[in-house]
Design a binder for this molecule. Structure first.
Ligand SMILES: CC(C)(COP(=O)(O)OP(=O)(O)OC[C@H]1O[C@@H](n2cnc3c(N)ncnc32)[C@H](O)[C@@H]1OP(=O)(O)O)[C@@H](O)C(=O)NCCC(=O)NCCS
Length: 155
């Protein structure tokens, strides 16, 4: 099947469309359980200005996805996830690097994200990409579940 416009120049990465939402929400529930976004939340995100959502496909379909809000000078990583079957093969890194380049092209000089302090895998990926923890938000993910704010400066 032909892919439509490839925003990153990398095979498999393309813009998320409304018809991807059902599959994306299925992965979302597996990955984030009780904090998973609903289809309505994804539709709302896709409808908003300043958002960039991409999916990454493998031979089985959507294997990962990510979203960015870019309002210069700050960009926010809204979400990033790779289906468990497709992890450890560079997909998370490719999604993150794509969002970082979109943020730079949009004129953003800093990127923020929130992560759970017990999510070592994601934190290692962000640290390697130049993100640093700048704050801890109490109960960000629910009662007693703090969130770490990470920031990367520069384009
Ligand atoms: C975090 C996540 C997106 C990484 O996706 P991935 O495709 O498995 O990651 P990659 O293969 O691109 O690896 C990127 C980096 O992640 C880290 N990483 C990947 N697998 C890891 C593992 N098993 N243990 C520890 N760190 C790991 C490493 O830093 C790795 O870099 P390296 O290959 O140079 O060592 C994925 O694990 C995921 O979807 N997790 C659940 C959702 C989530 O936590 N999202 C982030 C919320 S803020």
């Amino acid at each position: 099947m032909m892919h439509e416009m490839d925003p990153a120049g990398a095979p498999g990465l393309r813009p998320m469309r409304w018809w991807d939402v059902e599959v994306v929400v299925g992965i979302e529930r597996d990955v984030f359980a009780d904090t998973a976004w609903t289809a309505g939340q994804f539709w709302s995100e896709l409808a908003q200005a300043n958002r960039t959502y991409v999916v990454d496909e493998d031979g089985e379909g959507v294997a990962g996805y990510a979203g960015l809000m870019a309002v210069p000078p700050t960009a926010d990583i809204q979400t990033i996830a790779v289906a468990s079957r497709a992890r450890g093969r560079g997909r998370g890194r490719a999604l993150l690097e794509h969002l970082m380049s979109v943020a730079g092209e949009a004129g953003c000089s800093e990127i923020l994200l929130e992560v759970r302090p017990d999510n070592a895998r994601a934190m290692a990926m962000y640290e390697e990409a130049g993100f640093e923890v700048i704050a801890r938000r109490a109960s960000y993910y629910g009662p007693g579940a703090d969130g770490l704010i990470m920031r990367r400066r520069g384009k």
